[in-house]
Design a binder for this molecule. Sequence first.
Ligand code: C5P
Length: 236
Amino acid sequence: MAKEVIIALDFPGKKETLDFLDKFDGRKPFVKIGMELFYAEGPDIVRDIKKRGHRIFLDLKLHDIPNTVKSAMKVLAGLGVDMTNVHVAGTKMMMQWALEGLNAGTDSKNVPMLIGVTQLTSTDQKRMNEEILIPGDINDVVVNYALTAKNAGLAGVVCSPLEAGAIKQTCGEDFVTVTPGIRFGGAMICDQSRITTPAKAAKIGSDYIVMGRPITQAQDPVSAYDRAMNEFLTGK
Ligand code: C5P
């Protein structure tokens, strides 16, 4: 499976985003458009970035009743995104209806990869047990969520890099793991909890790592991206 770094374009608007992408001088990294940019600029930002030749992970983490998610997914598939996601907590039925929406929204060759969000990487064991009231060990919960996503027909999950190995063991090597919560060795953690480095993520079993601030806020974002790709691909 292709290993790749996905850059999280967590910018407030189109100008900052395109200025950032221009720094890559014609190279086309795989990018993630999240809530901030999508809500600020609307679907046109997806079309603009697609036209520039980037592959896009549209990270809107849908979680609603199955019919609403299905209708929304039909619209998102029509934008030509390559990957998008829903919360596994929305249930198997919601995930199945999401897939139906994606299939209805585009031709069979261009159906976006659907990925389930397990537990956010900012959620730790204590918060999950005491605030969301899910008992048990967070690793077991995440692996169970991954299995539910697989049984619903999803291609993979978003999870912490620390859980990617256990998910592969339970759901199979072909089940895709997309992992945010990545920091270079010795860097600031900010609001993330379950984190690791690009090299360790590769060794544990991540297929795609998502990196935002360590690349977007770097003095030299292109070098930071190259460093991430190199560490992730070589495991060193
Ligand atoms: O800046 P940083 O590298 O922490 O950005 C991580 C990105 O991955 C953010 O865009 C965040 O929304 C996203 N994400 C996450 N945890 C998840 C799913 C997505 O951090 N479980």
